[in-house]
Design a protein around this ligand. Sequence first.
Ligand code: DLZ
Length: 160
Amino acid sequence: MATAYQNLSAYDFNSVPDASKMRVGIVVAEWNKEITEKLLEGACNTLERHGAQPENIIISRVPGSFELVYGAKKMAEKKDLHAIIVLGCVIRGDTPHFDYVCSGVTQGVTQLNLMYNIPFIFGLLTNDTMQQSIDRAGGIHGNKGDEAAVTAIKMVHTFR
Ligand code: DLZ
């Protein structure tokens, strides 16, 4: 999890299975793009580091985090994938909007996991400040995109 006590990119390389035969979808939100593109870079690099072929990483962009669920659903229906990662960054503002978006994505991804026969991985940063997001998108706490990719590989390997 994205806590100050765990680096999101720290893991034992050898504990992660081979991903060379895996096809993974990534849906990424354009809102807070400077953060989400770093999450995407981390996820792609980690998948490839474990053997995934670049042509087997299917990327789709949606306007904001709230659209991640629909994007992931369409991807699951159209593409032949072993797992789908959603990547977004929601930063708390002055209104309750943050809570609605976070809740919508969390519940939506949970529903997708129950509806489809592939794992959907939750790569959403839900931070109070931009600095917290920077810290978790390749900063001092690592990259949540790396963590999401490792989770996808492990889930596919365990349940394939
Ligand atoms: C509207 C909005 C706001 C205020 N904040 C964020 C955010 O911090 N992160 C994010 O990914 N998206 C945000 N959005 C956009 C919503 O996710 C969504 O795109 C719009 O409400 C349209 O459905």
